[in-house]
Write a new protein. Sequence first.
Length: 89
Amino acid sequence: MTVNTLDKFEQDILDSIDNDEWQSKGDIQQRRQELQHFLKSEKKKAISIRLSENDLYELKRKGLENGIPYQNIIQMLVHQYTANKIHLD
């Protein structure tokens, strides 16, 4: 995994998201329920993972903001990566 700094365009997008300037086009509650159902229906295996305290804090904070447990956010990210929906550059 490479860590890249953001260029000005990317930073502007990130800032606009952080400033709540984006609106969802779909029914976010329905999508959240679909994802939660998917996560509950999958067979799961417990793993141990080490995260920085700051990353864990941010995951928990964002989870609270969105009404999604932080463990589910991690599960969704891993699933999106393994389904080739997100990529590491």
